[in-house]
Design a protein around this ligand. Structure first.
Ligand SMILES: *Cc1c(COP(=O)(O)O)cnc(C)c1O
Length: 371
């Protein structure tokens, strides 16, 4: 369906064409080339990560992260339940088993207490989990202190799914650079885009080199085509990397524009008692990729508000449906309570594009008219 106002459309800076033109002029129309090398270096500089690998999608980056960590058949991966399905699917690609962790009600991300319960449970049964995948939903940093502490104490690798969180900070440091491996997405709806793409970040060169090898068909360094492992074709195109370079130049503006959307919605809807927002604690900075509201009111519901917006040609979305409620994953274990289920039931994401401007007034009016 074509909307008048989209949830999170691409927003070009005008700087992208210069890099795309360079790719054409030099004929680097391939999944190698100078834009890719430069984009990787610029991502390191921006996030503070030592190494970066640009790939074809955020999903591919998660798949490569699991492979680089040596995750394989029957390993247990503790994964945040409230997320987009792309966080969990790569666990299945490598033959491992996802175990889902509920959210806490403040940041909506992985509940550290439920994570601890899960770790202790599996340690008791002699099956130490191989990795934890935490997500920073809608750009909001998860409660990293305790999650990092647990992963360090029990020596379990941490993968940070920062697909929605480029530009967000935890205690002054950029997200994506906290886990053993961090991943980013540059899909068309994300805070910056390469049309489609992703990246893997790490301070550990071995993980990046392993992922680079697997992402280029696991081709051994030999003159002929020599292969001893199954590889993938996961590299980013040099043309797309050019789009990413032009986008990364304006990331701070994009974060400011998204945060201005949040501030506008909070100011104009915050006094309605049935509406609550995702909370930014004092030591964090969210890119506010999407502004989501929780609607808890006798007169209306999140789904009624969505219908009202849709009637005006405005796109909105429910908060992600938790993985443990998906037909695909509902037979798998969950640790924690029902926080994520309630966030799904009552939650709605409002149009949050960095190019939204005055259209948000109309959105806020339609929402407040529902009460
Ligand atoms: C978008 C997204 C992904 C997947 O990224 P793609 O680039 O679309 O493959 C993974 N996890 C989360 C939380 C996302 O929002």
């Amino acid at each position: 369906m074509a909307y008048k106002i989209y949830l999170s459309p691409p927003h070009m800076s005008g700087l992208e064409m210069k890099y795309i033109q360079q790719a054409f002029d030099s004929n680097w129309i391939a999944p190698v080339g100078p834009n890719i090398d430069a984009f990787e270096a610029e991502l390191c500089q921006y996030t503070g990560s030592k190494y970066a690998l640009a790939v074809s999608s955020g999903t591919a980056a998660i798949h490569l992260a699991l492979l680089a960590l040596g995750v394989g058949k029957d390993d247990i991966i503790l994964c945040q339940s409230l997320t987009f399905v792309a966080t969990a699917n790569p666990i299945i690609y490598v033959g491992a088993t996802p175990v889902f962790i509920d959210s806490e009600a403040v940041t909506w991300n992985m509940c550290p207490d439920a994570l601890e319960d899960a770790i202790l449970h599996y340690l008791q049964t002699g099956k130490k989990p191989k990795a934890v995948i935490v997500v920073h939903l809608y750009g909001m940093p998860a409660m990293l202190d305790k999650i990092l502490y647990l992963c360090k104490t029990y020596e379990i690798a941490l993968i940070e799914d920062a697909a929605e969180a480029l530009g967000s900070e935890y205690k002054g440091r950029k997200l994506g650079a906290f886990g053993d491996i961090g991943i980013l997405s540059f899909n068309g709806n994300k805070i910056i885009t390469t049309s489609g793409g992703g990246a893997m970040l790490s301070d550990n060169e071995k993980y990046i080199e392993k992922a680079r090898f697997l992402a280029t068909q696991a081709r051994e360094p030999a003159r002929h085509y020599e292969h001893s492992e199954v590889g993938y074709n996961y590299r980013m195109s040099n043309v797309c990397a050019g789009i990413g370079r032009g986008q990364l130049e304006v990331i701070d503006e994009r974060v400011a524009q998204r945060r201005a959307n949040f501030w506008f919605y909070q100011t104009s809807l915050g006094q309605i008692s049935g509406i609550n927002f995702q909370e930014e604690r004092p030591d964090v900075f969210s890119n506010r990729w999407l502004t989501a509201i929780i609607v808890n009111d006798k007169e209306t519901s999140s789904r009624q508000i969505q219908a009202a917006l849709s009637g005006h040609g405005i796109e909105s979305r429910p908060v992600w449906k938790p993985m443990h409620c998906q037909p695909l994953y509902k037979t798998l274990p969950l640790f924690g309570g029902s926080v994520s289920e309630r966030l799904f039931q009552y939650g709605i994401c409002l149009p949050s594009g960095s190019n939204l401007s005055d259209q948000r007034k109309l959105v806020a009016r339609i929402v407040s008219d529902c009460f």
